[in-house]
Design a protein around this ligand. Structure first.
Ligand code: FE2
Length: 386
């Protein structure tokens, strides 16, 4: 997050003595990226962030890879499969490569412990449900349509409210950034960007817990899991400032860019990472040339795997889509509207579709969860009848 923010109590200058009421020192922790050269925040703890009494490796069943998955287009319905648990333990991984993993979660209960992803930044898209993401940087309340960006290394837990909860979770080896061309030379969002600073929601309230005891943080490090038992409550920060912190952005705040003729997906960009981009398709007016074709042309993105997660509305170029469906169009195959969809789109003035797209720059592998939920005839859905 390239915008400076501060919460709570911090000293007048970084790296100087900052005393508590009892005249002992707060513990300053620099939370930095790219060594000491990227964006960072300074956190001020009541206790040492290193006060971990026990580190244990724990075994969890791994998501099995569908090794023999053929190179083909796939459509699968993620709502058809769910795992009991909280917003972390109910995750089911579908697609992955070395730098990206795409999962869904349907949590029925809130997190009881704390969680940290040590190797990946997380983007949680809230499809259904509401609650609060409690982090060491403060709390972020969420509702449907929210993207919650949690930088690598942040300790957090998620409380969900009663009712149906559905989330899409994307893990990335590198940060979820605002695309460079949406920012000016000073880092501010440009006038032509589809959002601006006031659309992003940093934590709204910093909650500081001065509790000693045994607090277990579940730590994910790639495919391995550990418990780190801390001597004090992990949310012991009295203040912080900087540019690296969790935040939220609601998909409905995205102001789509439209054109006279069909606009390519990059106009729908939300976040970029080093290894993939995240775009969203939101309700918008269609192209306004008198002969325009709103449905996309066939295209071969020879350097990208395309993943679309369907949220709501009628998706104009596809058939057989349900809420929570994912289509995966791998590099090596062209794709485009299914029979009849191009003609159907002509003359349409607007769309109410809502979807999240992840385009990776390296091929994605599937887990067995894809094989178990996929539509068998999707690869032949472009064959015209007769
Ligand atoms: Fe595409």
């Amino acid at each position: 997050m390239p915008f400076y923010h501060r919460m709570g109590s911090i000293p007048s200058k970084r790296h100087i003595a900052f005393y508590k009421e009892d005249q002992t020192l707060h513990r300053e922790e620099l939370f930095s990226t790219k060594g000491f050269s990227g964006i960072y925040s300074n956190k001020y703890h009541l206790y040492m962030p290193t006060a971990i009494t026990k580190i244990d490796k724990i075994s969890k069943p791994k998501d099995e890879t569908w090794v023999e998955a053929p190179l083909e287009w796939r459509l699968f319905h993620t709502f058809d499969q769910q795992k009991d648990g909280d917003p972390i333990s109910s995750r089911i991984k579908y697609l992955f490569n070395a730098t990206c993993a795409i999962s869904t979660a349907a949590p029925k209960i809130s997190c009881k412990g704390f969680y940290k992803n040590a190797y990946a930044h997380e983007l949680i898209f809230v499809h259904k449900g509401s609650g609060v993401c409690k982090t060491e940087f403060g709390r972020i309340d969420f509702t449907p349509g929210d993207y919650i960006v949690i930088p690598k290394g942040v300790i957090y837990q998620v409380d969900v409210n009663e009712g149906e909860n559905r989330m899409l979770v994307v893990e990335s080896a590198t940060a979820f950034d605002i695309p460079k061309h949406f920012r000016n030379e000073y880092g501010q969002c440009t006038e032509s960007a589809p959002y601006c600073e006031r659309d992003f929601r940093p934590p709204s309230q910093l909650e500081t817990f001065d509790n000693k005891g045994e607090f277990v943080v579940y730590v994910k490090a790639g495919e391995d899991w550990y418990t780190h038992t801390m001597q004090h409550h992990p949310f012991d920060i009295v203040g912080w400032d900087g540019c690296e912190y969790p935040f939220a952005f609601n998909i409905h705040e995205y102001a789509p860019i439209v054109g006279q003729i069909h606009q390519p997906p990059p106009v729908h960009l939300v976040f970029t990472t080093r290894d993939f981009v995240v775009c969203n398709f939101v309700p918008r007016l269609f192209d306004f040339h008198p002969q325009s074709i709103p449905a996309p042309y066939f295209h071969s993105n020879v350097d990208s795997d395309e993943v679309l997660y369907y949220v709501e509305g009628n998706f104009m170029s596809r058939k057989g889509i349900k809420e929570g469906s994912i289509s995966h169009h791998p590099m090596g195959l062209p794709h485009g509207p299914q029979p009849g969809k191009t003609e159907e789109s002509i003359g349409k003035k607007e769309t109410n579709e809502c979807a999240v797209m992840i385009d990776t720059f390296a091929p994605l592998q599937s887990t067995l969860a894809v094989e178990q939920t996929m539509v068998s005839h999707y690869a032949s859905s472009w064959l015209e009848k007769g």
